[in-house]
Design a protein around this ligand. Sequence first.
Ligand code: HEM
Length: 527
Amino acid sequence: VYFRRKLKARRAARDDGSNVTSLANLNGPSSYSWVTGNLPGFLYAENTGDEDDTLVQQFGLACRIKLMFNENALFLADPKGLQYVLNTSGYHFHKRAGAEISRILLGGKNILGVEVNNTSLGEEHARQRRILAPSFSQSYLHEILVERWNDLISSKQGSGVDIDLNMWLSCLTLDALGQGVLSYDFGALTDKPSEYVEAFRGLFVDMFATEQSTSQLVMANLIGRLPAFMRQRLLTLTIQATDKFQKFMSISSKISSSIILREKEAIDLGKPKGKDLLSTLSKSVVISQFYPKTNPQTLNALAIAGHDTTSSMLQWVFYELALHPEAQAKIREEIRTIKETRNVQELGTSEFELMHYTMAVLKETLRFHPIAPHNMRCADRDDIIPLAYPVKTISGKEVQAISVKKGQYVFMTHYGYNRIEDLWGKDTDKWIPERFLNESESMRSKRTIGVFAHLATFSSGVHGCIGWRFAMLEMQAILIGLIEHFEFAPIASNPVILKKMAATMYPAVKGELARGAQMPLFIKPVS
Ligand code: HEM
């Protein structure tokens, strides 16, 4: 009886004549195995994104994939579908597993880990965003960063050398975050970097590099199926087992607590406030409300979300520029022209806005190398996800919406959305900044998501990146400052740079994966 009913329901779902289908009836690839589903394709691809390309080519912008233990999930690149999940119905598709791991990693309620599947936590998340948002305005960040970058950049001049841009930019962006957000001197670029720098270095690759962690993945998934009280305890034990992580957390929490104490003392003494994150916050909310609610976890979360992300993104910018010397020359020309026409020695935010080609380079790199290529959400109710582009069911019928059940996952591909030719023009598998200078209105109108330039790279909606303005400003300042002084080129041995995953996408040298993140480039002063 059971199987007859199941078969009947399945047939009914296939043949009901509507343009909606259930996830189970959607076309999709076969799994690698019952245990790991389609995940190896995303995790072990030689280059992150290869699997996404294959699936989109074969099945279109939405298909059914398998997660671990044969669980169905919706693979989604469709613009309308993504808009629905991230924006329109954002608080009904929550982060679940991601939020849980982030909460355990960073402890307590931090903005990355606040789950939003019920009203009170949804409010808590919205409150944290309101508090953090004002400090990311462009005007004051610019003053703080540009001068510092110019000093740092000029001190790096010399004859041509091979450098590991990964190490250098990681330090630079950590110092920027310290200066601009936390008012803390990490001293990452000094001879004596703080202990935080040592503890952070390689943390993500050590903990999350996918080649090393399949067994952890299986374990975390199994644990995820247990009742909440057992799950929390076991996940904590699994994740915190690594020495490196424990060391990092103790140093990071010590620094965060000392920052909060320092600010509290400054306020108690009535000292004038600076322009860093905490000072801005204390002005924008009632102090008595603010301090009890700001905790080391929030600062830990900001340090993690805001430092390596920007550094990785910038590495891909310089990598593409090293491969395209003509693009470097165009940026230098733009810098020269704007300095002349504005009659200024140094470029500032108002000049950045006039640098259309430079901005096109940044946008194209964000499109082409989204460092957070995938994103997961879990439906907290039965729902129907609309699509802009029809896809096929197993029986070959075209449908324009997918019904998902409460508890089912949506595996969103930022990478896939950023490569849809209908949205971004021809040759989306090539790095061509000019596409952002010659955009048609009809193409633009089809782009539905994104906190910046309608790209998926900073995500969108209720969890969209709150640091994007800070990141853009930082990237503009560093790019302009460095390219004005240095020419970038591949190093003589011309190694193959791969895109690997460890929480975010990092560059690695083919044949040297064990050495972790590396971006070797040759630099010499501009002739
Ligand atoms: C190029 C640099 C960056 C990229 C590509 C990036 C990307 C992202 C993405 C994709 C998300 C959304 C995750 C989701 O939807 O679940 C996110 C969230 C977040 N980002 Fe960024 N980010 C960058 C820089 C920064 C910086 C500089 C900061 C802070 C200083 C920051 C702070 C955050 C925070 C706090 C969240 C969580 C927002 C929430 O859950 O409400 N990010 N980022």
